[in-house]
Ligand binder design. Structure first.
Ligand code: PGA
Length: 245
């Protein structure tokens, strides 16, 4: 029997947001007409985490966009998973395609980061996704499943979230069709190397917006969204949150 998974809508602010944006959580509350029926997570830049953690509604969880693979030590400029947990974060994004590209993060590095997060009790949001070329050549599913299995640490399905983010849909205004996304999410769940796959949450990312959120979030295997651009605007983010039931 299929398990009811609670949906997760997560905002990824990327490298956007200054101290003046610290009150975003209250603006988001004001934009919602009722308490969300899903889990809601905001991943602002690390500079805003301490400012937001002291001023946010209880239903809003905070997460970071990356963490170091090591626990501590001589790693100038890096932020450890323990530092994020210490600030009240519950989640951390690892393996986002922008980091895989900009910082040449390999599957091995992403796996070490996810492992570092798990060790301090953070939930990693592990991102995977194919390029346009890979989709057009019909290899999308095998590319994504290979990437997933190579970057996945050993853990229970309810301790991690997988974000399917087709690279060609990120920040481009192009989205996967609900049917294509559903098929990929089902493939990811089927590839999960454990018998607890029903508990795995697989969220979709790539130009999710108030106009397409309903049709994506209605799919049985789409357990939420990882939202970039649209999470910067309280009204838009609120509408997406309201689409998740
Ligand atoms: P986007 O970004 O919604 O702006 O496409 C999503 C993401 O990269 O997480």
């Amino acid at each position: 029997m299929a398990m009811m998974r609670r949906k997760l809508v997560a905002g990824n602010w990327k490298m956007n947001g200054l101290v003046k944006d610290r009150d975003f959580p209250s603006a988001l509350s004001d934009a919602l007409d009722a308490e969300p029926r899903c889990d809601v997570l905001l991943c602002p830049p690390v500079t805003l985490l301490p400012l937001m953690s002291s001023h946010k509604p209880d239903w809003l969880q905070l997460g970071a966009q990356d963490c170091a693979p090591q626990a501590s030590g001589a790693h100038t400029g890096d932020v450890s998973a323990a530092m994020l947990a210490d600030l009240g974060c519950t989640h951390v994004i690892v393996g986002h395609s922008e980091r895989r590209t900009d910082h040449r993060e390999t599957n091995e590095v992403v796996k070490a980061k996810a492992q570092a997060a798990l060790e301090v009790g953070l939930t990693p949001i592990l991102c995977v996704g194919e390029t346009l070329e890979e989709r057009e050549s019909g290899e999308a599913e095998s590319v994504v499943v290979t990437q997933l299995l190579a970057s996945l640490p050993r853990c229970a399905a309810d301790k991690i979230v997988i974000a399917y983010e087709p690279v060609w849909a990120i920040g481009t205004g192009r989205t996967a069709t609900p049917e294509d996304a559903q098929a990929m999410h089902a493939a990811i769940r089927a590839a999960w190397p454990g018998d607890d796959r029903d508990a795995l949450r697989v969220v979709y990312g790539g130009s999710m917006n108030p106009g397409n959120a309903d049709s994506l979030l209605n799919q049985p295997c789409i357990d939420g969204g990882l939202v970039g651009g649209a999470s910067l605007k309280p009204q838009d983010f609120a509408r997406i949150i309201q689409s998740a039931r």
